[in-house]
Design a protein around this ligand. Structure first.
Ligand code: AMP
Length: 480
């Protein structure tokens, strides 16, 4: 366990891709795969390719379609490549984190696309700086690149990656390009997802299988925790190296609850089915009599359908209805500097269908409550639309603590559940009743042991020590 954590330049919610093809330019398939992963990051998009002689790269602010033009794709020559989409931050383009990070060392060219967050960045950076490495950014990805480059000076590729892995701690799913070789690496915790797909004329690595589908490929399997996958540059196959003897997985449960696309398969489970199972479990744990069950679109949809189905099977007839309509043009990039504007954003984003709501007992289902802005606003909106009762059901346990492993959550002070019981949160959001799902039910739905999941945002206990996190502080335990 590292005892010192460096969280500067955190590489948060991101999507990564790697492609090796037999006899076709890689840039376009990488671009399509990035489109399929757009939900994982909207701040910047980038591609790096290798044509057998040199590396080409293009990184730009914005959505994939805006950041990369037809001319860029033409310039990105070569049949191997990697890609990255990065989550938005409030400031300008954060150059530390725009990726892939592409650089040439004595040991050859390197490109890195990183999803996750290291916890010992400062320590590694200081060490590398003392050894003469100069950094151009604050980001942890550049630290991995320098560490790998240093190890490549006197070791072959696999040994160099193994040594790098022994040094870097935290969460990382990486696609790496070393000259024309494309590699996929998942940390020993398997904290962030990464999978392998087969194409007619090559192989693809991607954060989620939805990207493999977008290329008409077949999901081969997940990259295992602590595994290095090296794609043959001619697209004919891949080699696998288990670099960690006994990995101890700490898969992020929140990927399944909120972050991943419902049509992705992660760690052998279809995300959509997991969410429906969580909805069913939510009914079993805290079902409440109501006239209508409605999701918070889009995040609550699968949960609400599972919840309503379970209720109807158990002789508690309830209508399932989409009683809130979403304005699809209000994206996640909507700028909300003040709480007032955040509230306005919810109002612009979601509008109730009065006839579904008026004079009825409503159960509103969502995947999670973070700050509580969405649920507070929606409860009020539904009451204004004439709802008799509003019950809120949440398909995950209370989010009590920040995430240091790669998901952009609020700070602890902003988390509505951090210092309050479920009843207090219920009062604050103004609902008639509120229930969360238990962690046990989440583990059951994922067919995982609770110990095999990273539950830091619920328990405040992380798979790594995190500098600055007051671990003695009491976390209000989930009451369900
Ligand atoms: P809040 O309004 O702050 O309570 O956030 C809860 C809403 O945001 C829910 O509808 C979630 O689906 C969604 N959500 C959950 N986690 C995140 C996240 N890390 N980033 C953006 N939205 C999120």
């Amino acid at each position: 366990m590292p005892d010192r954590a460096g969280l500067a330049g955190a590489t948060e919610k991101c999507g990564v891709v790697g492609v090796a093809l037999a006899d076709r330019e890689a840039a376009r398939p990488v671009y399509y795969a990035m489109y399929a992963l757009q939900h994982r990051g909207q701040e910047s998009a980038g591609i790096a390719t290798h044509d057998g002689f040199q590396q080409h790269s293009h990184v730009e602010r914005g959505l994939v379609g805006d950041a990369i033009s037809e001319a860029d794709l033409t310039d990105l020559r070569g049949s191997t490549g990697i890609g990255h989409v990065r989550y938005p931050t409030s400031g300008g383009l954060n150059t530390c984190c725009a990726q892939p990070f592409a650089v040439s060392f004595k040991s050859g060219s390197l490109g890195l696309a990183h999803n996750g967050n290291l916890v010992n960045t400062d320590e590694l950076r200081a060490d590398l700086e003392a050894a003469g490495h100069a950094f151009t950014s604050e980001g942890d990805t550049e630290v991995i690149a320098h560490e790998l480059a240093r190890n490549l000076l006197d070791a072959d590729l696999v040994r160099a990656v193994k040594r790098t892995m022994d040094r870097v701690h935290g969460s990382y799913s990486l696609t790496i390009m070393h000259d024309e070789a494309v590699l996929g690496l998942r940390d020993p915790l398997g904290n962030r997802p990464l999978c392998i797909g087969a194409l007619d004329d090559g192989y693809v690595l991607a954060s989620e299988s939805a990207a493999v589908d977008a290329l008409d490929g077949e999901l081969v399997r997940d990259v295992r925790p602590g595994e290095l996958v090296v794609l043959d540059p001619d697209g004919s196959g891949f080699d696998s190296y288990r670099l960690v003897e006994e990995p101890e997985p700490a898969h992020c449960f929140f990927e399944h609850v909120y972050f991943a696309r419902p049509d992705s398969v992660i760690d052998d489970s279809l995300v959509y089915e997991v969410r429906r199972d969580l909805g069913r479990a939510l009914w079993r744990e805290s079902g409440v009599e109501a006239d209508v069950v409605m999701p918070v679109p889009d995040s609550g949809r699968a949960f609400a359908s599972g919840y309503a189905e379970a209720a109807n099977e158990e002789d508690a007839p309830v209508e399932f209805a989409e009683g809130l309509m979403k304005n699809r043009y209000v994206g996640r990039t909507f700028i909300m500097p003040t709480q007032d504007e955040r509230e306005r954003a919810v109002r612009l984003k979601l509008n109730p269908i009065r006839s579904t709501v008026a004079g009825r007992r409503v159960t509103l289902v969502d995947d999670s409550i973070v700050r509580g802005t969405t649920s507070t606003q929606l409860v009020e909106l539904l009451r204004d639309a004439g709802a008799d009762e509003v019950h809120v059901r949440i398909g995950a346990p209370p989010i009590n603590a920040p995430c240091y492993m790669g998901i952009d959550m609020a700070s602890r002070e902003e988390l509505i559940a951090a210092d309050q019981s479920v009843d207090e949160v219920c009062d604050e959001i103004g609902a008639d009743s509120l229930a969360y799902l238990s962690m046990g039910a989440v583990a059951d739905a994922l067919e995982a042991e609770q110990t095999g999941l990273c539950t830091g945002c619920v328990t405040g206990e992380y798979p790594y020590d995190v500098e600055g996190e007051d671990t003695d502080r009491e976390v209000v335990p989930p009451e369900v």
